[in-house]
Design a protein around this ligand. Structure first.
Ligand code: TMP
Length: 214
């Protein structure tokens, strides 16, 4: 069993996942435009790490300056996620009152990245009580292509090197089916296409959510 004991699915909540450089953030921007052009449903697009106090600490750890142990980083991601989900105006409240909530990264990122960075059971234990999303879109991209896309970025984060990224894709493919086995809808999009092509695939995937069918 890879993803924990929680069987709870949070309806109206979708998540984008993929290796660094797979284009999830670009697609959040295109999704925002598409949703703004419709009169419903109300929506909330968000991301992890968040821009709250714990998320900012994580960003500095990802920059490599904080020198934190991988286990500490795993705990910070889980703490940031707890706030993101359960704070007032957070994911759970909004999805519960009928907003479409989409997050750029969530629990699967911790299982994959912290699973690789710390090993052992800690990432799973830290995340097992969080609800599963109703739908996951996995942005599938060869790590060579992703690294090529990232090569012009000014500063690399701690996970953005070839050996690690090659294992990220592999780990996603191993871990994501455990979400599907517990009732999450899982869609894989070919992230090597143009932003518009990928946006079309993403929209077709999201259209399986009842909130977008209504
Ligand atoms: P991003 O700006 O590409 O989303 O970068 C976030 C980085 O943080 C990316 O390398 C993935 C990593 N990450 C984790 O390691 N664990 C997590 O739980 C999350 C949400 C992100």
């Amino acid at each position: 069993m890879i993803y924990g004991r929680s069987m709870k699915i949070l309806r109206n909540f979708a998540v984008f996942e993929g290796c660094d450089g797979s284009g999830t953030t670009t697609q959040m921007g295109l999704l925002r435009k598409r949703l703004q052009a419709r009169s419903s449903p109300p929506f909330f697009l968000t991301s992890e790490p968040t821009d709250g106090p714990i998320g900012r600490l994580i960003r500095s750890a990802l920059g490599g300056d904080a020198g934190l142990a991988p286990e500490t980083v795993a705990r910070l991601f889980a703490a940031d996620r707890g706030e993101h989900l359960f704070a007032s105006g957070g994911i759970a409240e909004r999805a519960g009152r009928g907003e479409l909530v989409v997050s750029d990264r969530y629990v699967p990122s911790s299982l994959v990245y912290q699973g690789l960075a710390c090993g052992g059971d800690l990432p799973r234990i830290l995340n097992e009580d969080f609800p599963a999303p109703e739908l996951i879109v996995f942005f599938d991209l060869e790590s060579e292509t992703a690294l090529e896309r990232m090569k012009n970025r000014e500063k690399r984060e701690i996970y953005e090197y070839p050996e690690f990224q090659a294992r990220v894709g592999e780990s996603y493919r191993r871990i994501l089916p455990s979400f599907r086995d517990r009732g999450t809808l899982l869609f894989t999009v070919n992230a090597s296409g143009s932003p518009e092509e990928v946006a079309g695939e993403v929209w077709r995937a999201l259209s399986h959510m009842p909130i977008l069918k209504a």
